[in-house]
Design a protein around this ligand. Structure first.
Ligand code: HEM
Ligand SMILES: *[C@@H]1O[C@H](CO)[C@@H](O)[C@H](O)[C@H]1NC(C)=O
Ligand SMILES: *[C@@H]1O[C@H](CO)[C@@H](O)[C@H](O)[C@H]1NC(C)=O
Ligand SMILES: *[C@@H]1O[C@H](CO)[C@@H](O)[C@H](O)[C@H]1NC(C)=O
Ligand SMILES: CC(=O)N[C@H]1CO[C@H](CO)[C@@H](O)[C@@H]1O
Ligand SMILES: CC(=O)N[C@H]1CO[C@H](CO)[C@@H](O)[C@@H]1O
Length: 328
C-alpha cells in the first residue's frame, strides 16, 4: 500500500531532525533534567565552588578525569568504578584524582532528586564549573546533559594517547572519537593548568634519544630551570605544565604562547607548536583568538564521545559501583 505524500514528507522531516541531532550530540541536550531535577546545576555548582575554595588543585584533577573518562570507552563514568581491574587501576590513571569530589556532589544531588542524575553528567557539570572557576570567571560554557553510566569498566580497554607519541598518531586517536585536529589542539590547551611528574621529562632534560644531551627543542633557559626542580633521580617531584609562572593555575591561552617559546613540558605539547599539522592553529590561539570560548566548545564535543542511553547505560546510586549485577 502506498503511503500518502504528506506522511512521507513528515517521515523525512522526522528522520532529518533525528539524524542531525544524533550526529551532533548523541542523546544529549541542554537542560535534560529541567523536569526531573531542576536544581541539579545549582547543586553541583555550590558543592564544587566550596571545594575549589578549599583546594584549587581540584580543577586540573577533574579536567584530566573528564578527559580520561570520555576518551576511554566514552563519557560513561566507568573511570569512577572501584574494583581490582577497573579502568582507574590502569597505569595512566595512577595520578587521576577528584573521585572524592564526585562522591560529595553525588550525595548532595541524590538528597534532592534520588536516582535521576548520572555520574557521567555530574563529571561533565563539575568539570565545566571548575573550568569557570579556574579561569577566574572569564568563561562559562553550557554543557548538554543526558549521559547514562556505563556498566563495564576494565583496565584492559583503557586507550589513551601517550606523551611521546607523534602528532599524526595522536590526531588519529582523536579522530577515532570524532574530534578533529583543531579540537585536539584546543583540548590539549587543558595543559594550561596542573602538573606533571618529572619522570615524564627526565629524558628531555638529561638524555634525549640517548644522546646524553637535553631535547634540542626545549628552550635552554627552561632546561636549566627544570633541572633544579627535577633532579636525575626524581620520583615524586612535579612541575607545572604551563611554565608561565603568573598563570600556571589559570585557564587561559598562555600554554600556546609558552610552547611557541619552546617552553612546553610534555614532548607532545612541544610538538604541537612545530608540527605543520598543528602549528597554524597553535599560532592562532597564541595570538589571542578566542581560546576560552573555543576551548569550551571543544570540551562540549569531548563530552559527547561514546555517550550511552538508558538502554545501554544506567543511573548509579553510588558513583563507585554499578547497580546492574552483571556489571564487571
Ligand atoms: C595527547 C593527549 C594528552 C596526553 C599525551 C596527556 C598526557 C598527560 C600527562 C603525561 C600528564 C601528567 C600526569 C602526571 O604526571 O601525573 C597530564 C596531565 C594533565 N592533563 Fe593531559 N594529556 C593529554 C591530553 C589532555 C587533555 C585533552 C586534557 C583536558 C582537556 C588534559 C588535561 C590534563 C591536566 C589538567 C593535567 C594535570 C593534572 C594534575 O595536575 O593533576 N590532558 N597529561
Ligand atoms: C589539595 O588536594 C591535593 C590532591 O588531593 C593534595 O595533594 C593537596 O595536599 C591538597 N592541598 C591542600 C592545601 O589541602
Ligand atoms: C573541527 O570541528 C569543529 C567543531 O565541530 C569545526 O568548527 C571545525 O571547522 C573543524 N575543523 C576542521 C579542521 O575540520
Ligand atoms: C626561552 O625562554 C625565554 C623566557 O624564559 C624567552 O625569553 C626566550 O625568547 C625563549 N627562547 C626561545 C628561543 O624561544
Ligand atoms: C586516585 C586513584 O584512585 N587512583 C588509583 C589508580 O590505580 C591505583 C592502582 O590500582 C590505585 O591504587 C589508585 O587508588
Ligand atoms: C526535586 C527536588 O527535590 N527539588 C528540591 C531541591 O532542593 C530545593 C531547595 O534547595 C527545593 O526547592 C527543590 O524542590
Amino acid at each position: 500500500m502506498a503511503m500518502k505524500n504528506s506522511t512521507i514528507s513528515a517521515l523525512i522531516v522526522i528522520l532529518a531532525l533525528f539524524s542531525s541531532s544524533h550526529v551532533s550530540y548523541g542523546e544529549l541536550r541542554l537542560g535534560f533534567y529541567s523536569k526531573t531535577c531542576p536544581n541539579v546545576e545549582q547543586i553541583v555548582s555550590q558543592v564544587v565552588k566550596d571545594a575549589f575554595s578549599k583546594n584549587s588543585t581540584l580543577a586540573p584533577l577533574m579536567l584530566r578525569l573528564y578527559f580520561h573518562d570520555c576518551f576511554s570507552n566514552g563519557c560513561d563514568a566507568s573511570l569512577l568504578l572501584d574494583g581490582s581491574a577497573s579502568e582507574k587501576t590502569a597505569p595512566p590513571n595512577l595520578s587521576v584524582d577528584g573521585y572524592a569530589l564526585i562522591d560529595t556532589v553525588k550525595t548532595a544531588v541524590e538528597k534532592n532528586c534520588t536516582g535521576v542524575v548520572s555520574c557521567s553528567d555530574i563529571i561533565a557539570l563539575a568539570t565545566r564549573d571548575l573550568v569557570t572557576l579556574a579561569s577566574g570567571g572569564k568563561t562559562r560554557y553550557e554543557i548538554p546533559t543526558g549521559r547514562f553510566d556505563g556498566k563495564v569498566s576494565s583496565a584492559a580497554t583503557v586507550k589513551l594517547p601517550g606523551p611521546k607519541m607523534s602528532v599524526s598518531d595522536t590526531i588519529k586517536m582523536f579522530e577515532d572519537r570524532n574530534l578533529n585536529v583543531t579540537d585536539m589542539v584546543l583540548l590539549l590547551g587543558g595543559h594550561t593548568i596542573g602538573v606533571a611528574h618529572c619522570s615524564f621529562i627526565l629524558d628531555r632534560l638529561y638524555n634525549f634519544k640517548n644522546t646524553g644531551k637535553p631535547d634540542p627543542s626545549m628552550n635552554t633557559t627552561l632546561v636549566e630551570e627544570l633541572k633544579k626542580q627535577c633532579p636525575k633521580d626524581s620520583v615524586e617531584q612535579v612541575i607545572n605544565l604551563d611554565q608561565d609562572a603568573s598563570s600556571s593555575n589559570i585557564v587561559d591561552a598562555s600554554f600556546y604562547k609558552q610552547i611557541r617559546s619552546r617552553r612546553g613540558i610534555l614532548h607532545i605539547d612541544q610538538l604541537l607548536a612545530t608540527d605543520p599539522l598543528t602549528s597554524d592553529v597553535v599560532m592562532n590561539l597564541a595570538n589571542g583568538n578566542d581560546f576560552l570560548a573555543r576551548f569550551g566548545q571543544a570540551m562540549v564535543k569531548l563530552g559527547s564521545v561514546g555517550v550511552l542511553d538508558k538502554v545501554t547505560g544506567e543511573i548509579r546510586t553510588s558513583c563507585r559501583s554499578c547497580k546492574n549485577p552483571l556489571c564487571t
